[in-house]
Design a protein around this ligand. Structure first.
Ligand code: IPM
Ligand code: MG
Length: 350
């Protein structure tokens, strides 16, 4: 098991350190090597996704990532921004399938801004296409037309790209509640008309899964109105970016949510859904649970080790039941802990 660890920027190094401790505690034979990605890589190597990192990531079976980004790089030219590193590694490794589960731990029901009865028992999986769409489409740019600047990007999907992500969603639904809701904007955008047509054409291969379609604006509304109607949602890169942030907040804290980005052979990059939180970086107070849960997803999806993954997930449930809380999920009466102490608690529970 070769794992490339990319701590990244901000709170990234603190939270990945805890996930690495948890992985080591399982006593599996793992070879872990660290490299630079994001702002730290821009500073050290002048490239957010340097050659050394490319080589290591390519050779690894899985990548564990903390987070990238920070205000000190916001004014950099686009190719020297930390986010470029993240988009670069996704594209380079062909990680087209982004799985973003949003589930509510019963212990955290009060952390959500929605009424407990709306979110209790929530368990959604957003399947976001990650290497296409307007994020990567050409042409793109800012140029002068008719004496003024115009900015433009291209939303584009091929049948092949839509088909392969739709299959990931249908397969995932088979292991869950057997419902897929495909999200598009076919009333306006041709690109997403094709999306709907292709997803519909695949449905007969999965007669046991119920397929529905929803326009993205309605989906955004339904997520806060009645989120429990959803099981698996599948959508393109940009809509998925937005809807997954929205879904994460139904659970109370984005600090709890892991993610997996997979290629066609289940090689994956695993990272928390949250960002680098520069405001609390270095303070030892960030919530490491999303990264620890990302390590669990890694064991399950890349290494097929369901039982080990379950052990980590159960340990996380246990520390929540024991009342351990980092600041982002703290409620009075609970035990407030920092990043490392939360790691300690998970290790003890393991
Ligand atoms: C995410 C992030 C990234 C994205 C940014 C940092 C490039 O928001 O992983 O959701 O837009 O994909
Ligand atoms: Mg995002």
């Amino acid at each position: 098991m070769k794992i490339c660890v990319l701590p990244g920027d901000g709170i990234g190094p603190e939270i990945t350190a805890q996930a690495v401790r948890v992985l080591k505690a399982l006593g599996l034979k793992m070879d872990m090597e660290e490299a630079l990605l994001g702002g730290c890589a821009v500073d050290a190597a002048g490239d957010p996704y340097p050659e050394a990192t490319r080589k290591l990531a390519q050779a690894a079976d899985a990548v564990l990532l903390g987070a990238v980004g920070g205000p000190q790089w916001d004014d950099n030219p686009r190719e020297l921004r930390p986010e470029r590193g993240l988009l670069g590694i996704r594209k380079h490794l062909g990680l087209f399938a982004n799985l973003r589960p949003a589930m509510l731990y019963p212990e955290l029901a009060n952390a959500s801004t929605l009424k407990p009865e709306v979110v209790a028992g929530l368990d959604i999986l957003i399947v976001r296409e990650l290497t296409g769409d307007i994020y990567f489409g050409q042409p793109r740019g800012i140029e002068i037309r008719n004496g003024e600047k115009v900015g433009f990007n291209t939303m584009i999907y091929s049948e092949t790209e839509i088909r392969r992500i739709a299959k990931v969603a249908f397969e995932a639904a088979r292991r869950r509640s057997k419902k897929v809701c495909s999200v598009d904007k076919m009333n306006v955008l041709e690109c997403t008309q094709l999306w709907r047509d292709v997803v519909t054409s695949i449905a007969p291969e999965y007669p046991d899964v119920e397929l529905s379609h929803m326009l993205v604006d309605n989906a955004a509304m339904q997520l806060v109105r009645n989120p429990k109607q959803f099981d698996v949602m599948v959508t393109g890169n940009m809509f998925g970016d937005i809807l997954s942030d929205e879904a994460s907040m139904l659970t109370g804290s984005i600090g709890m949510l892991p993610s997996a980005s997979l290629d066609a052979n289940n090689k994956g990059l695993y990272e928390p859904c949250h960002g680098s939180a520069p405001d609390i970086a270095g303070k030892g107070i960030a919530n490491p649970l999303a990264t620890i849960l990302s390590a669990a997803m890694m064991l399950r999806h890349t290494f097929g080790m369901d039982e080990a993954a379950q052990r980590i997930e159960n340990a996380v449930k246990k520390v929540l039941a024991q009342g351990y809380r980092t600041g982002d999920i703290f409620e009075s009466g609970m035990k407030k802990v920092g990043t490392r102490e939360m790691g300690d608690a998970v290790l003890a529970a393991l």
